[in-house]
Design a binder for this molecule. Structure first.
Ligand code: FAD
Length: 405
């Protein structure tokens, strides 16, 4: 008899995990989503996929996009725009050189640019605000709802059953192993579960007395209507000095930040209410304002540009900025793919591989699972004060770490 696997949560991670498991013929797979696919954090993601030398998971994601599009006949909106890494200081520009050398060694399209050349690539940039830039030709963006739909469609074609409007209310154990699920559609016997509930994973597992080391934080971007419309192929950008990133959005400029002292959510176990589907938090200009000022220094037309949209969408972070992927709690059959640290679209292929390789006990896993082990913080996961404090530093420190290696 085939082993029965339930994937709980139908965001970009749950759909990817279901598809990756189906590709390995792991068993009889069901995906249970309490609302609609993508209704949690995924629908409002900015959808950037940014390659950084040394991050193989991102190259895997780019290959995965092509495979899933082909298998599902569903486009994802993938557009390779390239990304401008903007340096306001010479020291920052120097940190780009190592990435440029790595890109060169791999024969990837890239260019180190002086400020004037950077402004030629992005018409809103003030070259006087820059020391230099690095254009990374590998990066781009896609539509998060479309990649989720593509994973789901490809998974269905491989036999996965997807139930929307089905909430898992409890996980039942027998002899320290997963036995069944209680759902709003009734009880279901299972051999394995994969918790892909994003912000809500900790709350669901707390019912078993297990506390995941993750917490939700406010996370922002805005869309500004600058006078000059941007071409859709305009490169996206990141400024490590200003802790901002952005891209073109229907001619306008989308930009967001990785803020210091991110604001952790007050909800039980760091999650918004269970019915927070297709929802956002209130605008928070007190927190976002300083980053908007930094952005206007690099892109002066932002000083007068009306804001078309303020997205304050909660996202789940961990103390070290790495996702939680793998078995958890010494309970046979219990697996977690959660806490994507604002990279869930990018890391969806990584999550799928780590979970599928682990569950299939692959002798040659595609990625080393150790950095993602959900129990790596041991008992500190139970210390809510420590956890919230560490998580609130995660967005900015992880962001800095990415570019300072
Ligand atoms: C402002 C912002 C910008 C971002 N920009 C980017 C970006 O540019 N690039 C990038 O890679 N990432 C980005 N991200 C991050 C990315 O959006 C997330 O990491 C990703 O969407 C998380 O996906 P998920 O599947 O883990 O969670 P979710 O999308 O939240 O999915 C979890 C699902 O589980 C369901 N669920 C919960 N509990 C239950 C239950 N008990 N039973 C059944 N179902 C349940 C929920 O309804 C939900 O649909 C951004 C995030 C934010 C907030």
């Amino acid at each position: 008899m085939k082993r029965k696997i339930a994937v709980i949560g139908g965001g970009v991670i749950g759909t990817s995990v279901a598809w990756h498991l189906a590709c390995r013929d792991a068993g009889e797979i069901v995906l249970l989503e309490r609302d609609r696919l993508g209704s949690g954090t995924t629908w409002h993601s900015a959808g950037n996929i940014n390659w950084i030398p040394g991050h193989d998971a991102i190259l895997t994601m780019m290959e995965t996009i092509a495979t899933v599009e082909r298998e599902s006949d569903q486009e994802t909106g993938w557009l390779r725009t390239g990304r401008l890494f903007l340096a306001s200081k010479d020291e920052t520009f120097n940190t780009f050189r190592a990435m440029a050398d790595a890109a060169e060694a791999m024969c990837f399209e890239h260019a180190l640019l002086d400020p004037k050349a950077a402004a030629e690539r992005h018409p809103l940039i003030d070259p006087d605000a820059l020391a230099g830039a690095w254009l990374n030709g590998m990066s781009g963006r896609l539509n998060p709802a479309d990649i989720t739909a593509a994973y789901a469609k490809a998974a269905r074609r491989r036999g996965v059953t997807i139930s929307e409007g089905c909430s898992v209310t409890d996980i039942e154990l027998r002899n320290s192993r997963v036995a069944s699920l209680k759902t709003t559609d009734g009880e279901m016997a299972v051999d394995d579960v994969v918790i892909c509930c994003g912000l809500w994973s900790r709350r669901l597992l707390a019912k078993l007395g297990l506390l995941l080391p993750q917490w939700g934080c406010q996370h922002f971007y805005v869309i500004a209507r600058a006078e000059q419309k941007l071409d859709r192929n305009t490169p996206s950008f990141v400024s490590p000095d200003a802790a901002i990133y952005g891209r073109e959005e229907v001619g306008d400029l989308l930009f967001g930040c990785f803020d210091d002292n991110a604001i952790t959510l007050e909800g039980e176990h760091g999650a918004p209410p269970d019915d927070f589907s297709f929802s956002l938090l209130e605008e928070n200009w007190d927190q976002f304002g300083p980053y908007a000022e930094q952005a206007a220094w690099i892109f002066p037309s932002l000083k007068t540009a009306p804001i078309r949209n303020f997205v304050n969408g909660p996202e789940t972070f961990t103390p070290d900025g790495q996702p939680l992927l793998g078995p958890y709690g010494n309970i046979d059959g219990l697996h977690v793919a959660s806490a994507m640290n604002s990279g869930g679209v990018t890391y969806s292929a990584l999550a799928g591989h780590v979970i599928a390789d682990g569950m299939m006990e692959s002798a040659t896993p595609k990625f080393d699972p150790l950095p993602y082990a959900p129990d790596r913080f041991a008992a500190r996961a139970c210390d809510e004060t420590w956890l919230r404090d560490a998580v609130s530093q995660a967005p900015s420190s992880h962001y800095r770490g990415l570019y300072e290696q």
